[in-house]
Design a binder for this molecule. Structure first.
Ligand code: ZN
Length: 419
């Protein structure tokens, strides 16, 4: 297969031809190599996106999402590799459940699934799972949705992670200090919505940085959302602590102020940032403090979400709006789109040792996306493949249409036009 288009990747930029054989990129070149199969002239050809933070809800919560609906949503969003968090029911704290998720994803065959094993059994924060047994089946360990509140348990788990050479992906939150619905500040007071103080996050971030420095284990801090958290990670990296960090696209596009309409579709944990937090998140992205951008795709049924904001569960369905969001973020914050693209392709591959992914390069897997950045699509219940329609973009037109997603040289998504 030969694809022609405007390529954006770490290794190759500009107009070129990608020759694919046996699911692998055989070469990337400027000259026309022969008969072109897919002419994506004037469109962008980029590496398949890698989302290191998503929830597909199966097993246990199939009314919110299944591995199949999640996979379809992922490829619609241009994502070909996705790391799944272990807060299923039962939790991904044992080989049986992890094996089930892997096998199911493989059968569906649309997207490569990287399971994240639970840090503690049932994610109860108390009893550490069998890291040695699970290590070869997972890309890392997390209790996402929470984190062990006990310093001793967290430290022990981190030592195990170091031993088996896998990262801890930490949802940094001190539960005793959180509670509440939105970020505490002038807007939470103005809107009369209960507030979550920023220290509920930053104290946990400080713990993580210090534990990483002490144990030399790689701790990846999930969804940073406050200025203070970014400062702490930046300082930790300067001191050589082996930490990395992520931010979600919704934390870069929406703010606490936007909760004026009390829409539970904007209720997310950690909560949407204040202006000064968002500015620092952008700075952190640009100076390398924040390594990657993730979706934290958290689908819910409309019945669960369409209730009073104080009672609704946290989470945004975001796997289909990542790529469009990157275009919006590039425009809103005046950032080069290429820099943002690296945060969802090259950087996660590099950070989590995912070989031969995240770049358009000879010998790499033919995971590719053809994107028309000039076209728009409307986010509707119908246009989303995810069962989770809980996105603040619902009803909005977004830039950037995924025309085709290719995984391992096979077309796994072909653009469908909705009105
Ligand atoms: Zn989380």
């Amino acid at each position: 297969m030969i694809i022609k288009g405007e390529i954006i990747s770490k290794s190759f930029k500009g107009r070129g031809h990608i020759i694919i054989r046996n699911g692998v990129i055989k070469s990337v070149q400027r000259e026309k190599p022969g008969e072109i199969d897919i002419d994506a002239e004037d469109k962008l050809v980029i590496p398949g996106l890698i989302d290191m933070h998503a929830h597909f809800r199966e097993p246990g919560y199939e009314h919110r999402e299944t591995i199949e609906s999640g996979s379809r949503a992922a490829v619609h969003g241009g994502i070909t590799t996705v790391a799944l968090m272990p807060n299923t029911n039962p939790a991904m704290d044992n080989i049986k459940v992890i094996g089930y998720v892997k096998e199911k994803a493989r059968e569906i065959g649309l997207v490569d699934v990287l399971p994240i094993g639970a840090i503690t059994k049932g994610r109860n924060g108390k009893e550490i799972t069998d890291f040695e047994k699970l290590a070869e089946h997972v890309v890392g360990f997390s209790d996402d949705g929470s984190t062990p509140q006990s310093f001793r348990v967290f430290l022990e788990a981190t030592k195990y992670a170091k031993k088996v050479n896998k990262p801890i992906l930490d949802h940094a939150e001190i539960k005793e200090l959180s509670g509440g619905t939105m970020r505490e500040g002038k807007f939470s007071r103005r809107y009369g919505i209960s507030g979550i103080p920023d220290i509920a996050e930053s104290i946990a971030v400080a713990r993580d940085v210090e534990v990483a420095r002490y144990t030399r284990a790689h701790i990846h801090i999930q969804h940073l959302s406050t200025k203070s958290s970014v400062d702490i990670v930046r300082e930790g990296k300067k001191k050589g602590a082996p930490v990395s960090a992520e931010v979600t696209h919704h934390h870069l596009l929406f703010k606490d102020e936007d909760l004026k309409d009390r829409s539970s579709f904007k209720k997310v944990n950690p909560p949407l940032p204040r202006e000064e937090d968002q500015e620092e998140l952008i700075k952190g992205l640009l100076d390398g403090t924040i390594d990657i951008i993730v979706t934290d795709h958290a689908p819910y049924s409309l019945e669960e979400k369409n209730i009073d904001i104080e009672k609704a569960p946290f989470g945004i369905s975001g796997i289909e709006t990542l790529l469009s969001s990157l275009l919006l973020i590039a425009e809103k914050h005046e950032i080069n789109f290429e820099i943002l693209l690296e945060k969802v392709t090259y950087n996660p591959a590099n950070l989590f040792n995912l070989p031969l992914r995240g770049d358009v390069r000879e010998g790499y897997r033919a995971d590719l996306v053809i994107l028309d950045p000039d076209k728009e699509w409307k986010v509707t219940e119908k246009s989303l493949f995810s069962k989770g329609k809980n996105t603040p973009f619902l009803g909005r037109k977004l830039p950037g249409v995924v025309e085709m997603t290719i995984k391992g040289g096979r077309i796994v998504y072909r653009g469908i036009t909705f009105d």
